[in-house]
Design a protein around this ligand. Structure first.
Ligand code: CTP
Ligand code: MG
Length: 229
């Protein structure tokens, strides 16, 4: 049976931590809107059959830019939370239950083709699915209310979850169909709620999420370096 691979990019957020006049996914970065780099990378992965971006129904920015990404599909069905955006995107895709969906944050614009290919290679035979993640490199502290260290966590076995997160359409739809409380901040946590254990695939730190304005310098440096070389 042929399996299809579909990249689903939630891009309906407002970028409240970043601030600014337009959502961060539309900021100019290395000559293009931030999210163009994200979509371009996903569209460059030979194994990926479809790239779908999910916008807010009230998005007033997307049409202002030239996207020139062949085959890019645009849905304007985003919701109030990331999980709702993903769920309504999925509901509008017409996928088979065993098709693979790679959900990737629009704001992770420094994703590399190699990292996506590693994820697909390691997860395509998995019954549950998996995600890119990086082992926590630093010592992790818990703070008390006064900004002092209350404890040091054992670092071993801790990972930082990234995206893409890759699950079969049927399982992912089921996992997102219940009540989506605030603890569901990524697809893997919805799958975990079902008692399943997604596979961790080692990614790299360059695939960080642009969250605050200070993240732009690094993102620009990475994208410019790739463009140049
Ligand atoms: N996202 C979405 N729908 C929402 C909220 C977020 O599609 N209702 C998307 C964002 O556009 C982003 C990804 O989910 O690509 C990761 O979310 P985050 O980095 O938190 O972006 P925002 O929610 O826009 O930022 P903030 O939390 O600072 O408001
Ligand atoms: Mg958010």
């Amino acid at each position: 049976m042929t399996q299809r691979f579909v990249a689903l990019v939630p891009a309906a957020g407002s970028g409240s931590r970043f601030g600014g006049p337009s959502p961060k996914q539309y900021l100019q970065l290395s000559g293009r809107p931030l999210m163009w780099h994200t979509l371009r990378t996903l569209a460059s992965v030979p194994a990926i059959d479809r790239v779908v971006v999910v916008l807010s129904p009230s998005d007033e920015w997307f049409d202002d830019f030239e996207w020139d990404i062949p085959g890019l599909e645009v849905l304007r069905v985003g919701g109030a939370t990331r999980a709702q955006t993903v769920a309504s995107g999925l509901a509008n895709l017409g996928l088979g239950a065993r098709d693979w969906v790679l959900v990737h944050d629009a704001a992770r614009c420094c994703l590399s083709v190699a990292a996506v290919e590693r994820l697909i290679a390691e997860v395509a035979d998995d019954e549950v699915g998996g995600l890119l993640a990086v082992p926590v490199p630093d010592t992790v502290k818990r703070s008390d209310a006064g900004g002092r260290v209350s404890s040091t966590l054992a670092r071993s076995g801790l990972w930082l979850a990234q995206t893409p997160q890759m699950f079969r359409a049927g399982l992912l739809t089921d996992s997102l169909s219940g009540r989506l409380d605030e603890s569901v901040t990524d697809e893997a946590s919805a799958i975990e709620r079902m008692g399943l254990r997604p596979r961790l695939v080692e990614g790299d730190a360059a695939n960080f999420k642009v969250t605050w304005p200070r993240d732009l310098t690094l993102a620009r440096a990475i994208l410019d370096a790739r463009k140049g070389g």
